[in-house]
Design a protein. Sequence first.
Length: 278
Amino acid sequence: MDHPRRPRILYVTDLAYPARGRRYCDEDITLSARLRVEFDVALCHPLDAAALMDGFDAVVVRNSGPVLHYQAAYDAFREQALARGVRVYNAMSGKADMAGKGYLLDLTTAGYPVIPTVARAADLPLLPEADEYVVKPLLGADSIGLEFVGREALSGLEFDGILVQPRIRFRYEVSFYFVDRTLQYALYAPRPEERWVLEPYEPTDADREFAQKFVDWNTIDHGIQRVDACRTPEGELLLVELEDLNPYLSLDLVDAGTRDAFVAAMADSLRGLLADGA
């Protein structure tokens, strides 16, 4: 008897990417192996994705590193995938980090609990007073191009593709990990100077509501999102980043049951993506 053909997944990852404080390759080796239980999975480097994707039912973009390192190739992959109707996971409809940092301006204007952000010299007075300010590229990732400046330096900035925020002195950072629109787990860095030394975090109802509003704001039906926030000295959570392209998951830091539930949720999400495009 012939068995039904299993869905074929092209899993995009840069196993050699030297992430600071994290081992991308371990996570992708483990996660892709788990997905092989019900999918046929092939791993490829992001530079090879456009040439290979036609032979697969879906493309899963995981720990592929900042696209700034291969922007032209990524733009070509995205353009070709959209033109050919290739199913990509995360769905390429995202309007957060997938499209640059401009969403921080949109969320600031809309009154969301986000670190206040401006992109014009004329808007600098809208920022709260701070000892230092963060200047980051509009198209940036992994802290590339980020710098801290004093207030006296703001008047000399060239506002061409940059964002400015007050530097928040926070108690800790916390990340919420979602599959589609459902929270799977949360981790936090109790020591601000050690961003990737993470521990399990039990979110309160208010924390869950905070993170959920950003995932619901975004336009991704199938995919993984990470909501990064900081806890201010006053106890407020503020959004730092909404990662919707290839968020690192720190799956090695959660217990086996949480990891199993995440893999099951991701597999179910992939089945939904495949069914939507059938």
